[in-house]
Ligand binder design. Structure first.
Ligand code: 4NP
Length: 153
């Protein structure tokens, strides 16, 4: 079974948004997929997503209930068939943790977005203004649609 983990730095802004968006869109597409998110850092362990991320996402109809931050761990490579980083720094961290035998897909989430998104970082919105959360949502919605199309192909 397909199991997807979204990873950012704090697991309170970008990867919880990816989890909420992808969960909604995968269900809408009739895909039965295990979905989770985690952070490369552990500072926010146990916390709910950032209130700014939740407010921006809830305005678009996404559900963040039951999300709680955690750090990525080596066992995640045994559990998830796909691990998607939100930016190049998160990806480098995951590459350094990756067990030799991992046969799943580890890469940038934006590689499934439209041409303008491929290879780009989902920008860290934590210290930015509210507009940053809209950019995060836009990029994540496009990448989610691209990933769903790829999984259905
Ligand atoms: P995220 O955003 O990686 O999208 O969850 C951040 C959250 C917290 C911090 C940095 C980025 N922080 O430095 O605490």
């Amino acid at each position: 079974m397909t199991a997807i983990l979204f990873v950012c730095l704090g697991n309170i802004c970008r990867s919880p948004t990816a989890e909420a968006v992808f969960r909604a869109r995968a269900a809408g597409a009739g895909l039965d997929i295990e979905i989770d998110s985690a952070g490369t850092g552990a500072w926010h362990t146990g916390q709910s997503p950032d209130s700014r991320a939740m407010e921006a996402g809830q305005m678009r109809g996404y559900d963040f209930t039951s999300q709680s931050a955690r750090a990525v761990e080596s066992l995640d490579f045994a559990r998830f068939t796909h691990i998607f980083a939100m930016d190049a720094e998160n990806l480098a961290h995951l590459e350094s943790m990756k067990p030799k035998g991992y046969s799943g897909h580890l890469g940038l989430f934006t590689d499934f977005g439209r041409a303008q998104d491929k290879g780009q970082d989902v920008p860290d919105p934590y210290y930015g203004g509210p507009h940053g959360f809209e950019i995060v949502l836009d990029m994540i919605e496009r990448a989610s649609d691209g990933l769903i199309a790829a999984l259905k192909a």
